[in-house]
Design a protein around this ligand. Structure first.
Ligand code: PEP
Ligand code: MG
Length: 853
């Protein structure tokens, strides 16, 4: 830590003193700003990071230099001043300078009781925080009196074998030393590092003349702020307490009064109208000049107002958005600054109900936080029960070992989902995020006893079917009962902030949307189109699953076509709706991807039902289903491999897409559908599918008499597709990287099983993060880079994007921006967060460039 020569170690804060937050800390700099605004700030001296560093190492600065500005026999306070106030620091110590002599003198001026109270409070904080004595021996009496004072002084002497220090210089030296050392302690270091402080973050200290708040006339202290900390709306809040110091007014059991007139009781506005009016004026001034909503700490001394401190108002996520937007709308800060001030995670909180941070949490188990938001409901163990529960109007939480596509309707019916297995890209997680459904996956410490219909938590606690639990998909916690919740808030400020974000953003944001409801959410959040529509989910709805099964059991291509002809109008209906909702925006439809046996029942009852439906013997059906089983289905007959070997499915889908485009195009602008081929690994796969899709397009054009355009592209999900991107791109208008499968295949790591050991891997530093959660720039990123470069060689204007679950994350957006990708696509509920992150990254880059120029 090298201090700039221009700065002194000990600085009397004046309007012109050389000071900087990176040398003296945020509080010291803020006090200088208040002084520059002519506010009545008591005399204050700032100690730089260097000075405090030296004190911790045993090098005391010149105490006379610190004390001189305060005159004879001063009473002082010391407060921490870290560079970022959020990094914390040791607590303030007040009334330094109290001694027997000072007590006697003050007793004459302000009365013995108040003087004793000040002395006792100083002895207590000095004993506990400086001499590190047992706090029990220094409890404050309800009424300060001479005996209590005697006892406190005796206790101090007994514990330390020394009389209580009487010299202000000695007292201050020890206070400074203890605060400097506290900053270097392990706990303080870990706490601030968790808030983003660098390892060598410095601490400054401010020594300030006490404005007593105790004595004759109207004396007291208070805290005032001008916005509500939860809503962020303008509102004067705070308290004032006569004959008090520091922040006493906020914690007082009784006696504290309101600031503005209030029907519930006395107010400062009534009692001290002039001081109140000054506070309101100062509030406005601070907001404009410090460009932030600040909380002011003040005292009245014989009616005389002093401003001791100003700190950034602590705020909820909702308030952080409202405050930033209001400051920009009032032209206090530019819109760009407002965009930079809101943490993307805060937006994510606003989109979902959350467990109230102040609520008591009765934690049952913790898993992977897979889809944010919190939901409460009764435990159910099957999709059918979830639907039945919803039909009764009862909220439920679907608890499964893991979910499969068959559970989708149950997931729709549930308020939240909890699975024992699975990771961040498991079925439950992906669908949960798509639906905006709170979801905790991979809670591997939980046991489901299906027979007894209960779950067993670590430690043996059990919860039966029907009992109420809460899934907190933001933290990964599963809680017993129903804690207090905060509702989602999509207000005007939220929308304004995102509109501003869009004006800075330089990469597209689309949504992964499978259903009209998803598409509507995407549209509401201003996604620029659909980047991935997973069509297979559409086949689980209503009686479609039955037709799918018939199709799977068909004996010939002709028979298959006949069944598919019945499914086609339903698909066409789905696509028409999507095109209509997304009118004017691109919609990218992925052709059928999963292995066919996912549509077949896995249990006896289901097989029997299927046999009945198909009018086949149960043994035939069972044998057929068994024959279709694959050792490794995710690497088996799925994606384009199905498209090549069972071409009728893709042909039906292409027909449905084109007819829907023609239909939707009739009532507005022409629709240009995008068709995406999944799991490609060879150029010939694309050639074959393209030839068939082109042929279907030609047929639909001649049948309808409508000419239409479409774009055919490839989903790059296998390492080989990335490596062969040049020749693949020759046949593809776009390449969209499916980073879920690409991560799975790059690591050779099953996305459905990785959750079992991922936390051990991350804990031991094998992987820095779960690569299904945070894009692995080193490995998977290398493949994306190669794929993008080679894709551009094959087709210079190829559109590039990613559509895996990473799409909405800051890391992925940052990577895609630097690689010149056109857009990222993510779950609809992540679109707002992605819009803000993308804007912040663009602003940061522009600022970096401006710094260099
Ligand atoms: C992917 O693999 O990244 C992808 C988006 O497809 P899915 O998750 O459906 O396999
Ligand atoms: Mg995939």
């Amino acid at each position: 830590m090298q201090q700039h020569a221009r700065f002194q170690q000990v600085t009397l804060i004046t309007p012109t003193a050389a000071m900087s937050p990176s040398v003296h800390g945020g509080r010291a700099k803020c006090l200088q700003r208040l002084i520059r605004l002519d506010m009545p700030v008591p005399v204050t001296v700032a100690l730089s990071f260097d000075a405090v560093h030296g004190i911790a190492a045993g090098r005391m600065p010149d105490m006379a230099q610190i004390l001189d500005p305060f005159g004879v026999a001063p009473l002082l306070s010391v407060r921490p001043s870290s560079q970022d106030p959020d990094w914390g620091g040791p607590g303030a110590i007040l009334n330094i300078g109290m001694s027997d002599a000072r007590h006697a003198a003050m007793s004459k001026v302000i009365g013995e009781g108040p003087a004793t109270s000040l002395y006792l409070r100083f002895i207590q904080s000095y004993a506990v925080h400086v001499a590190r004595l047992d706090p029990d021996a220094f409890d404050l009496p309800d009424v300060p009196h001479a005996d209590a004072l005697k006892a406190a002084l005796a206790a101090y002497e007994f514990e330390t074998d020394e009389p209580f220090p009487q010299d202000v210089s000695v007292q201050l030296t020890e206070v400074l030393r203890s605060m400097a050392r506290a900053w270097s302690g392990t706990t303080a270091r870990l706490l601030r590092e968790a808030k983003g402080a660098p390892v060598d973050a410095g601490l400054g200290l401010v020594v300030q003349a006490m404005a007593l708040g105790v004595g004759a006339g109207e004396c007291g202290s208070g805290v005032i702020q001008f916005v509500d900390a939860v809503t962020g709306l303008p509102q004067v809040t705070g308290r004032y307490l006569s004959q008090s110091q520091g922040r006493d007014a906020l914690t007082a059991d009784e006696g504290a009064i309101y600031l503005t007139r209030d029907p519930r009781g006395q107010s400062l506005e009534q009692q001290c109208p002039e001081a109140f009016a000054s506070l309101i004026t100062f509030g406005g001034l601070v907001r404009r000049r410090l460009r932030e909503e600040m909380q002011l700490e003040f005292t009245l001394d014989g009616g005389q107002l002093s401003i001791l401190d100003a700190v950034r108002v602590q705020r909820s996520s909702r308030a952080s958005v409202r405050i930033a937007v209001a400051l920009a709308e009032d032209e206090v800060i530019p819109c760009e600054e407002a965009v930079m001030r809101v943490a993307p995670a805060a937006l994510s909180e606003l989109l979902h109900r959350q467990v109230d941070p102040t609520a008591v949490r009765d934690r049952i188990v913790t898993g992977i936080a897979a889809s944010p938001g919190a939901a409460t409901g009764r435990i159910v163990f099957s999709a059918n029960d979830a639907q039945a529960s919803a039909a009764r109007g009862e909220h439920c939480i679907l608890v499964r070992r893991e979910t499969t596509p068959e559970d989708i309707r149950g997931m729709h019916a549930a308020e939240g989902v909890l699975t024992v297995r699975g990771g961040i890209t498991s079925h439950a997680a992906v669908i949960g995020r798509g639906l905006g459904l709170p979801c905790v996956v991979g809670a591997s410490d939980l046991v489901i006893d299906r027979k007894k219909k209960l779950i067993i938590a670590p430690g043996g606690r059990t919860f039966k079917e029907g009992e109420v639990i809460t899934v907190d998909g933001t933290s990964g916690d599963v809680l017993a009962g129903e804690p207090a919740m905060l509702e989602a808030a999509l207000d005007t400020a939220f929308r304004t902030l995102l509109d501003w974000s869009d004006s800075f953003r330089d990469i597209g944001i689309r949504a992964n949307a499978d259903t009209p409801a998803d598409a509507q959410t995407a549209r509401n959040f201003d996604a620029e189109g659909i980047g991935l529509c997973r069509t297979e989910h559409m086949f689980f709805e209503g009686d479609r699953i039955g037709m799918m099964r018939e199709m799977i059991f068909a004996d010939s291509a002709a028979e298959r076509r006949t069944v598919l002809e019945r499914l086609m109008p339903m698909q066409r209906g789905d696509f028409t709706e999507l095109f209509e909702i997304m009118r004017g925006k691109p919609v990218c439809i992925r052709l059928f991807d999963p292995p066919l046996h996912e549509f077949l029942p896995s249990d006896k009852a289901g097989l029997r039902e299927l046999a009945e439906g198909l009018a086949l013997p149960l043994s035939d059906v069972t044998a057929r289903v068994e024959a279709m089983a694959e050792y490794n289905p995710m690497l088996g007959l799925r994606g384009v491999r199905l498209g090549i070997t069972v071409p009728e499915i893709y042909e039906m889908q292409a027909r449905a897409i084109f007819q829907a485009a023609v239909w939707a195009g009739r009532s507005g602008d022409p629709v240009v559908p995008e068709i995406m081929i999944p799991l490609v690994s060879a150029m010939r796969e694309v050639e074959l599918v393209k030839a068939r899709v082109d042929a279907v397009a030609a047929t639909v054009r001649s049948e309808t008499g409508v000419d239409f355009a479409y774009r055919l592209g490839v989903m790059v999900e296998t390492p080989r597709a990335a490596l062969r991107a040049a020749d693949i791109a020759e046949h593809s208008a776009f390449l969209s990287f499916g980073t879920n499968d690409l991560t799975q295949m790059t690591y050779g790591l099953s996305r459905d099983d990785a959750g079992r050991f991922m936390s051990a891997y991350v804990k031991q530093g094998v992987y820095p993060e779960d690569p299904f959660h945070t894009l692995d720039i080193e490995g998977v990123g290398e493949l994306l880079k190669i794929g993008a470069e080679r894709g551009r060689i094959g087709r210079p204007d190829v559109t590039l994007s990613i559509c895996g679950e990473h799409g909405g994350s800051r890391t992925a957006i940052e990577f895609c921006r630097t690689q010149g990708f056109d857009y990222v696509s993510c779950s609809p509920f992540r679109v707002p967060v992605a819009r803000l992150s993308a804007a912040q990254l663009a602003i940061l880059e522009r600022r970096r460039i401006q710094e260099v120029v």
